[in-house]
Design a protein around this ligand. Structure first.
Ligand SMILES: NC(=O)c1ccc[n+]([C@@H]2O[C@H](COP(=O)([O-])OP(=O)(O)OC[C@H]3O[C@@H](n4cnc5c(N)ncnc54)[C@H](O)[C@@H]3O)[C@@H](O)[C@H]2O)c1
Length: 338
C-alpha cells in the first residue's frame, strides 16, 4: 500500500512516519511537507534513505504542487499538514486559512480525481469549542462544531469541506478529533516541550492566566495507533474522537508533574496575562473508537516520563530550533523572551 502522509515532518506526522515504517515494512510512505517553521527533516534522519520512504517538499495550498504526487498513484491519504499553534492564529490567520482550509480542499479534489481509497483528516477536539471547568460532559462524535479561535475555526472549516465532499461526491473520507498530544519531536513552542526545555535552560515557564485550564493529554504513539485502527476498521463518513484514559488535569497540575519528573530544584512557574479567548476545558469521550478495539496504552505519568527523557537526551534537536525564528515569535506572543 502507498500511504501519503501530509505534514510528515512535523510533530505527530514524523511520529506516524516512523510508526508506519516500523509496523508495515511492505508499505511505501510518502511524506509531503512544505517545511514551514515546525516542519523539521531532522525528525526523519534515521529513515530518510529507506527505499520505502519518499519525501516531497510541496505545499498543500498549491494544487499544482500536489497533483504530480497523486498522478504516481496513492492508496491512502492522511492529512496532518496544518498551521497548528493557537497563539499564532491570532496574529497570522491567513496562514491558517491557506494551509488548513484551502490545503485540505486541494487534497479532497486530488483524492476525488485520482480515486484514492481513503482520505483521513487529522482534526482536533478544539473544533468543539470548550466546556465549563465544572462541566461533567465530554465531547462526543455528535457534538456540534463550535470553534472559539482562528486555529479551531480553520480546522472546523476544513471539516465542513470534507462533509460536503462526502455528501456530494461520496468521497471515502473519515475524520478524527484528537485531544492534546505529547511526545518526541514536538516543536518547543507548545506547552509541554516549552516547559521541559525552559527548565533545562534555567528559564521560567510562562503559564497563561490562573493556570486552571483543563486538558486531556495523550501520548503521541497512542494517537498513531488510533489512526491505524481507523484506517483499517473505521467507516467512511464517520468521525472518531480520540482521548486518553487519564483524569483531565489543569496546566498547573501538569507542570507540577513535569517538574517532579525532571527533579531540578527551582521556582519554575511564571503566571502571564491570559491569551484572549483561552478555552477553559476539553474532555473527550472516545467510546466510539473503543468499539473498534482501540484504547490508550500509555498512562499520563508514563507519557510525561518518556517525553521528558526524550527532550533531556535530544538537546541538540531543540537547541537548534530555539535559536532561530522561534525567538521572534515568542517575543510577539509573550512580550518578552522566555
Ligand atoms: N499537537 C496536538 O496536540 C494535536 C492534537 C489534535 C490534532 N492535531 C492535528 O494534528 C496535525 C499535526 O499537528 P502537529 O502538532 O504535528 O503540528 P506541527 O506544527 O508539528 O506539524 C505540522 C506540519 O505541517 C506542515 N505544513 C504546514 N502547512 C503546510 C502546507 N501548507 N503544506 C504542506 N505542509 C504543511 C509543517 O511544515 C509541519 O511539518 C494538525 O493537523 C493538527 O491540527 C494536533
Amino acid at each position: 500500500m502507498k500511504v501519503l502522509i501530509t505534514g510528515g515532518a512535523g510533530f505527530i506526522g514524523s511520529n506516524i512516519v516512523h510508526y508506519w515504517l516500523d509496523n508495515y515494512p511492505k508499505d511505501i510512505v510518502i511524506n509531503l511537507d512544505a517545511l514551514k517553521y515546525s516542519g523539521n527533516l531532522d525528525n526523519l534522519r534515521d529513515i530518510e534513505k529507506s527505499p520505502k520512504y519518499k519525501f516531497y517538499h510541496s505545499d498543500i495550498s498549491r494544487y499544482d504542487e500536489i497533483e504530480p504526487i497523486f498522478k504516481q498513484g496513492v492508496d491512502v491519504v492522511v492529512n496532518f499538514a496544518a498551521q497548528t499553534h493557537v497563539d499564532r492564529s491570532l496574529y497570522e490567520p491567513n496562514e491558517f486559512i491557506n494551509s488548513n482550509i484551502i490545503g485540505t480542499r486541494n487534497l479532497l479534489e486530488a483524492c476525488l480525481k485520482y480515486q484514492v481509497k481513503r482520505f483521513h483528516q487529522i482534526s482536533t477536539d478544539e473544533v468543539f469549542g470548550d466546556l465549563a471547568i465544572n462541566d461533567k460532559h465530554k465531547f462526543t462524535a455528535e457534538t456540534l462544531l463550535n470553534p472559539s479561535n482562528e486555529y479551531a475555526a480553520s480546522k472546523a472549516s476544513a471539516e465542513m469541506f470534507i462533509m460536503a465532499y462526502l455528501h456530494t461526491h461520496h468521497l471515502p473520507a473519515t475524520i478524527s478529533n484528537c485531544t492534546n498530544n505529547i511526545g518526541p519531536y514536538q516543536y518547543p513552542e507548545k506547552f509541554v516541550p516549552l516547559a521541559i526545555t525552559n527548565i533545562l535552560e534555567g528559564k521560567k515557564v510562562p503559564v497563561y492566566g490562573t493556570g486552571k485550564n483543563i486538558r486531556d493529554w495523550i501520548y503521541v504513539i497512542d494517537h498513531c495507533r488510533a489512526i491505524d485502527v481507523i484506517l483499517k476498521k473505521g467507516k467512511p463518513g464517520e468521525r472518531y474522537l480520540i482521548g486518553s484514559d487519564h483524569r483531565e488535569i489543569n496546566n498547573i497540575q501538569l507542570l507540577s508533574k513535569i517538574i517532579k519528573v525532571m527533579d531540578i530544584p527551582g521556582d519554575w512557574m511564571e503566571f502571564v496575562t491570559d491569551r484572549p479567548g483561552h478555552d477553559r476545558k476539553y474532555a473527550v469521550d472516545w467510546t466510539k473508537i473503543g468499539k473498534l478495539g482501540w484504547k490508550p496504552k500509555y498512562s499520563l505519568d508514563q507519557s510525561i516520563r518518556l517525553t521528558v527523557e526524550w527532550y533531556m537526551k535530544n538537546t541538540r534537536w531543540w537547541k537548534k530550533i530555539k535559536s532561530g525564528e522561534y525567538r521572534k515569535a515568542y517575543e510577539k506572543i509573550y512580550g518578552k523572551n522566555y
